[in-house]
Design a protein around this ligand. Structure first.
Ligand SMILES: Cc1cc2nc3c(=O)[nH]c(=O)nc-3n(C[C@H](O)[C@H](O)[C@H](O)COP(=O)(O)OP(=O)(O)OC[C@H]3O[C@@H](n4cnc5c(N)ncnc54)[C@H](O)[C@@H]3O)c2cc1C
Length: 334
């Protein structure tokens, strides 16, 4: 019998998870349900760079590293494939600089990315510490469409719908995979999950080829070129639920960026966008048997809480979720 699997959510996490499940479980009928697609998701706002810090993920660094490695293996392959342009995937080099407040810790991705090199004192000048890396960036304005198209090609249905509770899906599906990002506050009843609002400008500046990320306590500033747009950021506002851009903050971001990168001066400012990073201390891929009442229960796989690294981590957590879905199908009477 063909199992019916519902993936809730159509951001980078939901689409990647649906695609990985459809590949791992070719006989399953996978459906994506989401109240918002593409440019209405948080994923669309992202710069899309693979530059994951481990600060939030304190529970199990080994699992975190595995997700990172699985993501990297996939993205680096994509970057070197004939699909790179269609997927908005490119290799990118640049600087990560700590203006102040740096406590030395070798980044978790140092041994994963193409190149990682600590900067010398001559290079650092007034900066406290920094490194030069070569990594990948996935332009979400292209990548999300690529994932959607790949899913449709594989026979996955994508449906716009609001889900009010996971229980309500139990009559129509055999397995639910919850990739609803911040929506999991309600759908998974998770009060540890909170938004960290981010706001960026998307500009046209094709002469900007390197990324630079300047970390500072109060005003981090970055410029990250993607295939279509250069992302100039940014902000981090914990607990702000209003994703609409704030015009005063836009001008602050822009002024700060011009201060660091005068070469942006002639850039065409295309649009400003805000997004709510779905954040929790220990992000989550976790199976659960959900009791739906009337003696009925349904397996759920949760995959949410990716915070500021949802593009970088999404393929890794999708891989883990697909493994869980596959073993649920083969080890049970589902
Ligand atoms: C400004 C900014 C820059 C960023 N830059 C980067 C970066 O460079 N690299 C990186 O790795 N990460 C970056 N991030 C983080 C990244 O964008 C997020 O971690 C990622 O988008 C989370 O993906 P998601 O699929 O979990 O959530 P989302 O993209 O928010 O998707 C959630 C989905 O669930 C659906 N949904 C929610 N509730 C319901 C419901 N009740 N019923 C039906 N559907 C529902 C939504 O409609 C949506 O489709 C950035 C974020 C921001 C804001």
């Amino acid at each position: 019998m063909n199992r019916k699997i519902c993936v809730v959510g159509a951001g980078a996490v939901g689409l990647s998870t649906a695609l990985k499940i459809q590949t791992e479980c070719p006989n399953a009928k996978v459906t994506v349900l989401a109240k918002e697609f593409y440019d209405k998701t948080t994923s669309f706002a992202a710069a899309g760079i693979y530059l994951p810090g481990e600060d939030e993920f304190i529970n199990d660094p080994a699992i975190f590293k595995k997700w990172l490695q699985d993501s990297w293996d996939h993205y680096s392959k994509l970057c070197n494939s004939k699909d790179a342009g269609k997927a908005g995937a490119q290799k990118i080099s640049g600087y990560f600089l700590f203006k102040e407040g740096y406590k030395y810790k070798r980044p978790i991705f140092a041994d994963i990315v193409y190149q990682f090199r600590e900067l010398s004192n001559e290079e650092l000048k007034t900066i406290s510490y920094g490194y030069f890396i070569t990594t990948v960036v996935l332009d979400p304005s292209i990548y999300l469409k690529y994932l959607e198209a790949s899913l449709r090609k594989n026979g996955t249905e994508l449906i716009k719908a609001q889900v009010n509770s996971l229980e309500e899906l139990s009559n129509d599906f055999d397995i639910i995979v919850n990739c609803s990002g911040l929506g999991s506050q309600k759908l998974a009843n998770d009060s540890d999950l909170y938004p960290v609002k981010g706001q960026v400008l998307k500009v046209e500046a094709p002469w900007m080829k390197h990324f630079t990320y300047v970390y500072s306590y109060d005003a981090t500033c970055y410029v990250i070129p993607g295939v279509k747009a250069v992302t100039v950021g940014g902000t981090r506002e914990k607990g702000n639920y209003d994703k609409r851009p704030d015009s005063k903050k836009t001008e602050e971001i822009w002024e700060r960026a011009l201060g660091y990168f005068p070469e942006l001066y002639e850039a065409k400012r295309n649009y400003v966008i805000g997004g709510l990073r779905p954040t929790k201390l220990d992000m989550l891929v976790k199976p659960e048997i959900l009791n739906c009442g009337n003696g009925k229960s349904i397996p759920v796989i949760h995959n949410y809480g990716h915070g500021k690294h949802g593009i970088a981590l999404s393929w890794g957590t999708a891989t883990e979720s697909a493994k869980l879905a596959k073993s649920l199908i083969s080890n049970s009477n589902l």
